[in-house]
Design a protein around this ligand. Structure first.
Ligand SMILES: NC(=O)c1ccc[n+]([C@@H]2O[C@H](COP(=O)([O-])OP(=O)(O)OC[C@H]3O[C@@H](n4cnc5c(N)ncnc54)[C@H](OP(=O)(O)O)[C@@H]3O)[C@@H](O)[C@H]2O)c1
Length: 304
């Protein structure tokens, strides 16, 4: 058999221009054993040389056409309305993208028997007694969290093969999007600017590449259901920032400790949160990098 005869698995990646989406695209492009279709709402792909469709997840007819034309084996949904504060006022839009969009993907996945991998969040919890395992009772305290929980529930009753990967505080290498938390901290401190960081939000920040590995294992092993994906350490955002400053030899006196309530944000945040990943460790071979390893990888690839 010629190498060109090898049947490649087809993967549709929605939200391919986003922070997680673009890194997922890069991962599968390098593997070369997959045929990819990228989909996001912007006119053009931020990554060159990939097959790309500009499509709104909330446009049922366009989504149906995109999915049926490509007929993927797996769909990775990395698209979402992710602005937590704006979700409080832009409720209709957030619901359309985060819930209706997922329902449309599930409807099409059912017809072609595709596996849908969907990304969710620890914001489905109230943050009173984290870290959480997969069976903990959700109780979202903001509208974004409500939409994400509704999307999980839509998948539960969809009858399709689905995997929900819940994650929290994504950071890492995404060259074509807004700076992630680490890059923002490094840039601000190098410019000698003070930053105010909360001491009362605790979770396990997740390196994007670790999440991409988990997505891939869920597809490879055909593991369905809900899995938590988070970093190797639970710490406050303030302590995370100190670790970043330590690693990059930056001036820690510029980091001012504050409380979440000082920020007067539109949406409440789960404070004592984070995600336990024992299930993913045993079923998805999930092995997150240490914080210092991730900072090294970012330094190397982004030249930070
Ligand atoms: N970032 C985190 O800390 C975090 C934590 C927990 C869970 N998550 C989840 O992880 C997933 C990926 O998040 P991310 O940080 O990569 O988000 P992101 O950078 O905001 O990427 C989301 C992508 O989806 C696109 N999109 C938005 N509305 C769309 C629509 N109607 N149709 C098609 N595409 C649309 C966005 O385009 P525009 O940029 O043009 O809107 C963007 O390219 C999301 O499900 C999010 O809820 C993220």
């Amino acid at each position: 058999m010629l190498s060109s005869d090898i049947v490649k698995n087809r993967i549709l990646i929605t939200g391919s221009n986003g922070m997680l989406g673009q890194r997922t695209v890069e991962f599968y492009t390098e593997k070369k054993t997959y045929e990819l279709l990228c989909l996001s709402v912007e006119e053009k792909s931020v990554i060159d040389g990939v097959d790309y469709i500009s499509c709104d997840l909330a446009d049922k007819d366009k989504i149906k056409k995109a999915v049926y034309d490509f007929c993927p084996d797996s769909i990775i949904n990395a698209a979402a309305y992710t602005n937590v504060d704006k979700s409080e006022t832009e409720r209709e839009l957030a619901w359309k993208i985060n819930v209706k969009g997922v329902e449309y993907l599930a409807e099409t996945a059912r017809v072609i028997d595709a596996h849908l991998v969907h990304i969710s969040t620890d914001y489905i919890f109230d943050g009173k007694n984290g870290p959480y395992n997969e069976t903990a009772k959700p109780n979202p305290i903001g509208y974004y969290g409500r939409t994400k929980l509704a999307s999980e529930n839509a998948l539960k009753i969809s009858g399709i093969n689905y995997t929900v990967l819940r994650t929290n505080v994504l950071y890492g290498i995404a060259k074509n999007s807004r700076p992630d938390f680490v890059k923002w901290v490094v840039t601000m401190l190098r410019e000698g600017k003070q930053i105010r960081i909360v001491t009362d939000q605790i979770n396990n920040p997740t390196f994007i590449d670790d999440l991409v590995q988990a997505i891939n294992k869920a597809i490879e092993f055909r593991k369905y259901g809900i899995f938590n994906i988070g970093g190797s350490e639970f710490l406050s955002r303030y302590d995370f920032t100190l670790r970043i400053a330590d690693y990059f030899n930056l001036n820690k006196s510029l980091i001012l400790p504050i409380k979440t309530s000082d920020l007067n944000q539109a949406a409440r945040r789960p404070l004592n949160s984070g995600l336990l990943t024992i299930k993913a460790q045993s079923e998805l071979e999930f092995k997150p990098h240490t914080i210092e390893e991730t900072l090294f990888l970012m330094q190397k690839e982004l030249g930070l």
